[in-house]
Design a protein around this ligand. Structure first.
Ligand code: FCB
Length: 442
């Protein structure tokens, strides 16, 4: 790569990785004692997933994990971010643990270490055990305590071998898309429930971190947020006010309690009767010191008071998801986070793009994805030059996989997956990433 990232001097211990999540790649949805998750049930409801698909086979990673780890090692990365499927290791969410499920992750972690790869584990990448949902799911305060047990159980088994442990992936998505708009599992459409869910997710994060530390856990602990700069569509007062509110809902609603011990007043005011029930001590529990903050970045967000703004009219190139390609937003976001909050070093835990890939003669010429990745890595480098403390960068995703409500129609992988044969093919972007990393000496 010719841009400045080539000579930013990423530190030698910079974490370079690829990321996946359990439900999106594992398949084996009822194998070896795995219980159903809310995503299994959601997919079974007609009309929820664009192509009517589900996660029962996905990338067959549960069977093919060893070859997949070889593939990861071959990229020259030093780290792999994956998630544990809670219903695979504790099928009902409480009660008995599933030895075979735990063994799977045990072998996976050992397999990573044997290949010189750091294991970065996420506890909750959305696939809550269905049985807990039947008892109220994240809207029920009891789930908070079940999550703490789950965190303690996984850490007891794997913690000493992990490079990092993340409690939740993108609480905003689980709360808002899962419980307010209902386009993701569990498909609930209730604003009050969504607000309560967001609070319980944050609380369970804080209590889990507290419990792990109290037990002497030395694994670096963090949380992953989906963040973006929110810009007003025009300079009008109304659009600016909306942008401030949306920034509150997306970013400050999570960053303020985590790092300042309070919810933002403007968002609380706007929620009014929908505000969550917060018990005495909750906010203190949420604001645990963290070892790192994971940031998932895909695009900027633009707010207009009348919702008239459309990405397709902005003139910026779009990914296959219809998301604007806006790497400068990543630099701005990282600068702002470090300016406004006492953040620990940050890691980009997801960044990447879906593009309409074509596999032809054994090759996928995805130059748009390569360009996307190169420009975003350069955006990270620029933030670092301006003083932001960053510890790593991970591409979303290793493999094409089950992209939630978009099913298998959107391909985010740097490795192509043929879903008929499960054959994996490195796309041009994967080869570029490998070459880029070898120049970094990763
Ligand atoms: C993020 C999710 C991840 C993937 C990407 C495209 O919101 O964390 O699982 O779906 O978006």
């Amino acid at each position: 790569m010719t841009s400045a990232a080539a000579h930013v001097g990423f530190p030698n211990d910079f974490v370079w990785g690829v990321a996946t999540s359990a439900f999106q790649i594992e398949g084996a949805s009822a194998t070896d004692g795995k219980g159903p998750s809310i995503w299994d049930s959601f997919c079974a409801q007609p009309g929820t997933i664009v192509d009517g698909s589900n996660g029962s086979i996905a990338c067959e990673h549960y069977q093919r994990w060893e070859a997949d780890l070889d593939l990861i090692a071959g990229l020259g990365v030093n780290a792999y971010r994956f998630s544990v499927s809670w219903p695979r290791v504790r099928p009902g969410g409480s009660g008995a643990w599933n030895a075979k499920g735990l063994d799977f992750y045990d072998h996976l972690v050992d397999g990573l270490l044997a290949r010189g790869l750091q294991p970065h584990l996420t506890l909750n990448h959305w696939d809550l055990p269905d049985e807990l949902q039947a008892r109220g799911g994240w809207a029920d305060r009891d789930t908070v305590h079940r999550f703490v047990e789950y965190a303690l159980g996984i850490e007891a088994r794997l913690g000493s071998r992990l490079a990092s442990l993340v409690t939740h992936n993108e609480p905003w998505v689980m709360a808002v898309l899962g419980h307010e708009t209902g386009v993701f599992a569990p498909g609930i459409k209730c604003r009050k429930t969504a607000a309560q869910v967001s609070h319980h997710l944050l609380l369970s994060h804080g209590l889990a971190v507290q419990a792990l530390r109290a037990r002497g856990c030395k694994t670096p602990l963090g949380i992953v947020l989906n963040l973006a700069p929110v810009q007003p569509a025009t300079a009008s007062v109304a659009d600016q006010a909306r942008a401030t509110l949306e920034d509150g809902r997306l970013l400050r609603w999570y960053m303020d309690p985590l790092f300042k011990g309070r919810y933002p007043q403007d968002v609380l005011d706007e929620l009014g009767p929908y505000a969550p029930q917060v018990m005495h001590g909750d906010l203190q529990a949420i604001a645990q010191p963290l070892d790192f903050l994971g940031v998932n970045y895909y695009s900027r967000s633009v707010a207009s008071a009348d919702n008239s703004w459309k990405a397709c009219n902005s003139g910026l190139p779009l990914t296959d998801m219809g998301w604007e390609i806006y790497p400068e937003g990543l630099t701005a976001l990282l600068l702002r986070l470090q300016r406004d909050y006492p953040v620990p070093p940050m890691m980009i835990t997801e960044n990447g793009g879906a593009f309409p890939d074509v596999l032809q003669d054994g090759r996928v010429k995805d130059s748009a994805r390569t360009d996307y990745l190169a420009r975003h890595i350069e955006a990270v480098a620029e933030a670092m030059r301006q003083g932001v403390r960053m510890s790593g960068y991970m591409v979303w995703s290793l493999l094409d996989n089950f992209e939630w409500a978009s099913g298998y129609e959107k391909r985010f992988g740097i490795v192509h997956v043929d879903y008929q044969t499960q054959v994996r093919t490195l796309k041009d972007s994967a080869q570029w990433y490998r070459d880029f990393l070898s120049r970094q000496g990763a």
